[in-house]
Design a binder for this molecule. Structure first.
Ligand code: SAM
Length: 259
């Protein structure tokens, strides 16, 4: 039985965002990556894309965070270029595979953690580089807003955020938000104006660069010296009694959740 049917039967009061996370968890339970034509046999990328190198300019001093890291397929080529790379995702299956791949390659600076799919769980000013590839198009707009807003705070002064978006421009199929009644890999597109607004709302300088006819990258640029605006994710955590995200990296082994 699919997530939506179970939810309707059990009368759950999960929000649309929580439902979307549950749907993705269900995709992993059915072997999402193993069955995917691009990821079959846990294929790993050989190198970071040129747009990433040009826009992020990774350095050996960088501490990077990938949101929606899957089994670490981008973390593996990035790890040798930076000081550390941390990945988060919403299901243990891809994360367990990531740990296995890191071990096989002796990548001790790459770690993965389980997240709740609504926020990263890390403290402000933890990373110099936050990025996400092929994820923003698969999650509801409200979760995207939360991640961008949180990323603005996760970055240290001078840090960069890179978020890969699917462009909606002129494509009728991509204008709708994720509809949880369809339990499959869905795509939601954004217009350039909508992407720009995300960064404005997060109060951080940004640029949007079109990298191909279907995709654009939102680059966040944390000022060297500027106060950070209020952020829903940290406010929520403080209210829940979890403090301001301090100690969020408690499990240094990278096994299990990081909070
Ligand atoms: C299409 S895959 C992309 C994986 C990888 N970034 C890549 O480019 O190959 C989308 C990934 O986003 C993750 N994901 C889905 N919803 C998420 C959420 N709310 N927060 C974080 N990751 C999420 C999925 O579990 C999956 O690993």
């Amino acid at each position: 039985m699919q997530v939506k049917d179970r939810i309707l039967r059990d009368g759950s009061n999960l929000s649309d965002e929580e439902l979307a996370v549950r749907s993705w968890q269900e995709l992993h339970e059915r072997g999402y990556f193993q069955r995917h034509r691009l990821h079959r046999d846990w294929r790993v990328y050989n190198a970071m894309p040129q747009w990433f190198m040009d826009l992020a300019k990774p350095t050996p001093e960088d501490d990077a965070l990938e949101i929606g890291c899957g089994y670490g397929q981008w973390m593996i080529p990035l790890a040798p270029l930076v000081d550390s790379v941390t990945g988060i995702d919403i299901h243990e299956a891809p994360l367990a595979k990531a740990r296995e791949l890191f071990r096989a390659r002796r990548l001790s600076t790459a770690k993965v953690f389980l997240c709740d799919g609504l926020s990263t769980g890390f403290s402000p000013r933890t990373f110099s580089l936050v990025y996400s590839i092929s994820v923003m198009q698969h999650i509801p707009r409200e979760i995207v807003r939360r991640y961008i807003s949180e990323a603005a705070h996760l970055l240290i002064p001078g840090g960069r955020g890179l978020f890969h978006f699917r462009l909606a421009d002129g494509r009728p199929g991509y204008v709708h938000d994720i509809d949880v009644s369809l339990i499959k890999e869905q795509s939601v597109g954004w217009t350039k104006e909508e992407i720009v607004k995300l960064a404005e709302r997060a109060g951080i300088p940004s640029t949007v660069t079109k990298i191909d006819p279907q995709s654009a990258i939102l680059v966040l640029k944390a000022p060297i010296d500027a106060p950070t605006a209020p952020c829903d994710a940290f406010d929520r955590r403080a209210k829940d009694g979890q403090g301001n995200g301090t100690g969020s990296q408690g499990d240094q082994s990278g096994d299990g959740a990081h909070r």
